[in-house]
Design a protein around this ligand. Structure first.
Ligand code: ADP
Ligand code: MG
Length: 240
């Protein structure tokens, strides 16, 4: 019997903006069911790497496989169909539409019939606690509700793996705790997670594995508690 391929496997990814290498030979293998915390100082290349994983940017070199399929040059829609979603999955939240309609748009990825898409959307809206504001205009939402809506839209595509890039940024400590609780419930549904976060507490309380980026490379990887005590990691944070 052959072992299952990793859920997502990025090898030796590089991205350059002019002569500047934002991502410089980064690799990451993600197994089913993991919660991976991607950390590192500002400008380390986390978002650029994320964009490659989601198909929103093509790397200059390297390869990416999603559930065994080569997606190195695939579109974001192809990634979504293969079960990968991100918190601000294209198209972004439509301000003029209601919360519910925004979630319905996500559900149309897998459902042709409006009633099927609506059923998925209503399930996701209940799950994410958005029911009381389902009819509100999305443009009128405050930060916590908008963040939640971005996650709900991504969930409506029924992903196997969800990438959250600073989905908890700008929240108060109380809101962060509620968001951590939501992430735990998402994971309990069997969804694999990769989260980029600045708040170290989030990584320490959620992630099985922390991966540290600095200057476009992975400089450390391991249990979050160990990684945050690594002298090289501390220096990377203080050195900028
Ligand atoms: P992080 O998410 O870790 O803060 P980013 O991936 O956003 O880092 O950015 C990595 C580096 O690449 C930064 O120096 C940033 O200024 C630069 N960068 C990101 N996107 C672009 C772009 N579209 N054009 C030019 N430089 C960019
Ligand atoms: Mg970023």
């Amino acid at each position: 019997m052959r072992a299952d391929p990793p859920l997502l496997e990025a090898r030796d990814i590089s991205v350059a903006f002019g002569s500047f290498r934002a991502v410089d030979g980064a690799s990451l293998t993600i197994g089913k069911g993991e919660i991976i915390g991607l950390i590192g100082p500002n400008g380390a290349g986390k978002s650029t790497f994320f964009n490659c994983l989601a198909g929103d940017r093509q790397p200059a070199s390297g390869s990416i496989r999603l559930r065994g399929h080569d997606v190195t040059r695939a579109s974001p829609e192809d990634h979504a169909r293969l079960g990968l979603a991100r918190s601000w999955q294209v198209p972004a939240v439509f301000d003029d539409m209601s919360v519910r309609d925004n979630v319905v748009v996500g559900a149309f990825l897998r459902h042709k019939r409006a009633s099927d898409a609506a059923a998925v959307a209503d399930r996701v809206i209940a799950f994410t606690g958005l029911a009381p504001i389902a009819q509100s205009r999305s443009g009128s939402l405050g930060t916590p509700a908008r963040k939640r809506l971005e996650i709900a839209r991504a969930l409506a595509t029924e992903p196997e793996i969800l990438l959250l890039d600073e989905a908890l940024a700008g929240l108060t400590p109380t809101e962060v705790r509620a968001a951590i609780e939501l992430v735990r419930r998402i994971h309990a549904q069997g969804i694999t997670l990769v989260i980029v976060e600045h708040v170290m507490e989030v990584i320490l309380s959620l992630a099985d594995r922390a991966v540290v980026f600095n200057q476009g490379r992975v400089i450390a990887e391991g249990k979050p508690r160990d990684v945050v005590q690594d002298p090289g990691v501390i220096e990377a944070y203080l050195g900028r």
